[in-house]
Design a protein around this ligand. Structure first.
Ligand SMILES: [Mn+2]
Length: 300
């Protein structure tokens, strides 16, 4: 377990995605804390940074959301190489691929060469949603179960905050708890299959392109694992898990779980989200399915 010291943590590269700025679910304060205490040569924003989809439906923007944007721009100005790869919730920015906003370069995808020479395809990942099939009723049930878990999480942490108890993610706990669960319901096997299909599809694309690995986001589930010789990396999200992927000076990759790191440093972490729904009910991502499957299994 890493522990946080007062001086900034330095990495060669940092990948973050699925911040969903502009929604109530965004943990903007936590993200700001992370950005303030970390430094890197490269900073990749791997999509769904601003949730334009959601903002069109209901406007939600706080000062902390401005602070995150300003912090990112300041990092770019001070010399961090910031690469913005739009996702499906901020796909409008895809029109500006290969353009620069100040020192922030926008690309639809790119290849990152790590310090150890390994090459990683970097993209958001929603492009691979289409290859994954699922039952329609499952989408309905899944989205509602997921939103319910998130809502419970928000209220739960609201009470904890009032009592001065650290932030604790119910949904993240449920996911973690059921990792070794053996119970299966046939439909939830489909859900698990959906996720591994997504991961396999992304890894297959990396193989096709001849890279050593792939770094993506989209499914809100941080992961580093080997898929038939391809290093599959997912940097997670800042709606529930508050995770980032980092590259150390020697090219070694690691997932940072920010709330755990802050807590390990003996600090109180406060939840900032007031209520939370980040995905529209018409879209079902593997992240939602994974949460749903985990949630269902944990209560069996
Ligand atoms: Mn996405």
């Amino acid at each position: 377990m890493n522990s946080i010291v007062r001086t900034n943590l330095r990495y060669r590269s940092i990948w973050i995605s699925d911040n969903h700025l502009g929604t109530r679910g965004c943990n903007a304060e936590m993200l700001l804390d992370f950005l303030r205490r970390t430094e890197s040569e490269y900073l990749y924003l791997v999509g769904d940074i601003v949730d334009i989809w959601r903002m069109r439906k209901s406007w939600y923007w706080r000062q902390a959301h401005n602070d995150v944007v300003q912090k990112l721009l300041r990092k770019a100005r001070k010399g961090t190489r910031v690469i913005y790869i739009p996702g499906n919730h901020d796909e409008n920015f895809r029109d500006f691929a290969r353009h620069r906003f100040g020192r922030v370069v926008v690309l639809n995808e790119t290849v990152h060469v790590a310090a150890d020479g390994k090459r990683y395809l970097v993209l958001h990942g929603d492009q691979f949603d289409g290859v994954v099939k699922y039952a329609k009723w499952l989408a309905f049930v899944g989205d509602n179960a997921y939103n319910m878990a998130l809502t419970i999480n928000v209220w739960f942490n609201f009470v904890r905050r009032k009592l001065g108890i650290p932030y604790w993610s119910l949904s993240a706990y449920l996911k973690h708890k059921v990792k070794n669960a053996v119970e299966y319901i046939s439909n939830f096997e489909d859900a698990v299959e959906y996720i591994s299909n997504f991961e396999d599809a992304v890894a297959a694309e990396a193989r096709r392109r001849g890279t050593d690995g792939v770094i993506c986001g989209h499914i809100h589930s941080a992961e580093i694992r080997d898929i038939d010789g391809i290093v599959y990396c997912n940097d997670g999200d800042w709606v529930e898990s508050c995770t980032a992927l980092v590259e150390h000076a020697d090219g070694h990759l690691e997932i940072l779980r920010w709330t755990e790191m802050v807590e390990a440093a003996g600090e109180v972490v406060f939840a900032t989200a007031e209520s939370t729904t980040c995905e529209s009910s018409s879209s079902l991502t593997p992240g939602i399915l994974r949460s749903m499957a985990s949630f269902a299994r944990s209560i069996l």
